[in-house]
Design a protein around this ligand. Structure first.
Ligand SMILES: Cc1cc2nc3c(=O)[nH]c(=O)nc-3n(C[C@H](O)[C@H](O)[C@H](O)COP(=O)(O)O)c2cc1C
Length: 160
């Protein structure tokens, strides 16, 4: 491994120059909605339809979502920075200020998102301090038109 890889500050600073959208991964853990903000969502395969994201091993929500075996990807809009901050926190009840309803497959669908993608958990790959999560798409919908929330160099931005 090179010296660069051992310098977490430089790793974050350089990788922060790669702009991402922001999504919230949600699932129903029994009667309790759980979720976390992610910037690592990616489209993988059309046939079969697969998408993915990377989950930190430090996440408290991810093990609960993994146990459910299904999740919904909520693609955040540019006016949902406040939602992102809550779901990027460790608050015990992230959904108290975030209206939601059941998605097509019964996972929490946050109000006001641009799009939602319901998945069954397909496979999980180990990757350092993260896990690479692959989901088989079961339903996908555009919920409204609008600009995306973007994360870039440690701050929020939009396309305007
Ligand atoms: C813009 C943004 C992108 C993030 N992307 C990811 C990600 O891809 N994977 C991840 O595990 N955490 C990501 N996080 C961090 C989690 O949202 C954060 O660790 C959260 O507290 C996890 O909550 P939990 O313990 O309830 O799972 C991101 C945070 C922000 C603000």
């Amino acid at each position: 491994m090179t010296d660069v890889a051992f310098d977490p500050a430089r790793f974050r600073q350089v990788l922060g120059h790669f702009a991402t959208g922001v999504s919230v991964i949600t699932a129903m853990d029994g009667d309790t909605p759980v979720g976390l903000a992610i910037g690592s969502f990616f489209s993988i395969s059309l046939d079969p339809p697969l998408v993915g994201f990377c989950a930190a091993k430090s996440s408290t929500s991810w093990p609960r979502i993994r146990a459910v075996g299904a999740f919904s990807v909520n693609v955040l809009a540019e006016d949902q920075e406040d939602i992102c901050r809550v779901f990027a926190s460790k608050e015990p009840d992230k959904f108290s200020g975030a209206p939601w309803s059941p998605s097509a497959h019964g996972q929490p669908l946050l109000a006001g998102v641009l799009a939602s993608i319901d998945c069954d958990l397909e496979v999980v790959h180990d990757a350092g301090d993260h896990e690479i999560v692959v989901g088989a798409v079961r339903d996908l919908r555009v919920k409204r038109e609008g600009g995306p929330l973007i994360f870039f160099r440690g701050g929020y931005a939009n396309l305007a």
